[in-house]
Ligand binder design. Structure first.
Ligand code: BGC
Length: 347
């Protein structure tokens, strides 16, 4: 009898020690593997979380909303204490967010805000409006809009309407350039200056390319010049540059971008893309891991913006990282010296 009791006690001790030792699970849901940056974001998060002693469930959702919903729900069912979500479509994960709240799982919106649901605890991103102002200011300075006579001819390509960031990027750039449009110093030949008209569903290069081809054949087929094409990110810039290469004979325009994706850094080196905005995914991942630590240790969570990001249900406390200007003159220092890419990555 005594032996059995001792055995039971020992077993209970082993089980309680094991559960005390079991690391907290963190779920990380990324939108797709198609775009370089999300692979990097996912890898960085997984690496840093493991180093911090967490168990990690990392999933990519192939840009398919039902897949992402199912993946996040499974993470919560598996006992995740925190889920970190870069949404494909900001307002489509309500069911999973409700489930998270029911089970006491905290939710961090990663890079893209989760919309229309109150169960979003924190948001970590880059200053999205600033990304746009960096692009707009680059165009303004490069064309010397305050001094040159003009008029200059510009077109816009923005991002996915389902991504809350896309409006911030577009507005940031547009707000810098609008006074010159209003003054007639900038002409948008296509006449398309509303976000809805210049958006690119899914941020797809092919979609951006197709729209650019249509604009080039309708307004620039006579060989007239285009001074700048303001693209919200690198995947759309890639499509626009393809269209320019095949369908445009005027002088090469300024083309903006964002992310410093490898193909686009190569385009900058080749003189086809003028700039990009570098958002160091290592910085964002490190900040999010810090947030997770603070949440799970019951400490105050560090945020630096409590006014900007209203998801239609609440203003989500946010941490905004700094985006950085990148071009052919500083890419070595920014990307290679910092260990983000190797020289070979850019050959
Ligand atoms: C991100 C950008 C990215 C775009 C397309 C946005 O939400 O902030 O960095 O280029 O999505 O994936």
């Amino acid at each position: 009898m005594k032996k059995i009791l001792a055995l039971v006690l020992a077993l209970a001790l082993v089980i309680s020690c094991a559960s005390a030792l079991a690391a907290d699970l963190v779920g990380v849901s990324m939108p797709t593997k198609d775009l370089q940056r999300w692979n990097q974001d996912g890898d960085n998060m997984e690496k840093l979380l493991k180093e911090a002693g967490y168990d990690v469930e990392l999933q990519f959702a192939s840009n398919d909303v039902p897949t992402q919903l199912a993946q996040v729900e499974t993470m919560i069912d598996n006992g995740a204490k925190v889920v970190v979500i870069a949404a494909i479509e900001g307002s489509s994960l309500g069911q999973a967010l409700d489930k998270a709240a029911e089970k006491g799982c905290k939710v961090i919106a990663y890079d893209r805000l989760l919309m229309d649901n109150e169960n979003v605890d924190y948001y970590a991103t880059f200053d999205n409006y600033k990304v746009g102002t960096v692009q707009g200011t680059y165009v303004k300075d490069a064309l010397d809009l305050d001094n040159a006579e003009g008029p200059f001819v510009i077109e816009f390509t923005a991002g996915d309407p389902g991504d809350n960031n896309a409006g911030f990027f577009f507005n940031g750039a547009f707000d810098v350039l609008k006074p010159y449009i209003d003054a007639g110093k900038i002409v948008v030949k296509s006449g398309k200056t509303e976000f809805a008209d210049v958006a690119t569903p899914g941020w797809k290069s092919e979609t951006a390319q197709k729209r650019a081809e249509d604009i080039l054949s309708s307004y620039y087929a006579d060989g007239s010049d285009l001074d700048a094409w303001v693209c919200s990110n690198d995947s759309t810039a890639y499509g626009v540059i393809n269209a320019l290469e095949a369908n445009y004979t005027g002088k090469w325009p300024i083309v903006t971008g964002q992310d410093c994706d490898k193909p686009n850094v190569k385009l900058m080196i080749a003189g086809k893309q003028s700039m990009s905005v570098f958002k160091d995914t290592r910085t964002l991942a490190a900040q999010v891991v810090k947030m997770i630590d603070q949440i799970l240790k019951g400490e105050e969570v560090e945020v630096n913006d409590t006014t900007t990001y209203d998801n239609n249900k609440k203003v989500v406390p946010s941490f905004l990282c700094e985006p950085v200007f990148g071009d052919v003159n500083n890419y070595k220092e920014l990307l290679i010296d910092s260990g983000y890419y190797t020289e070979d990555d850019l050959k």
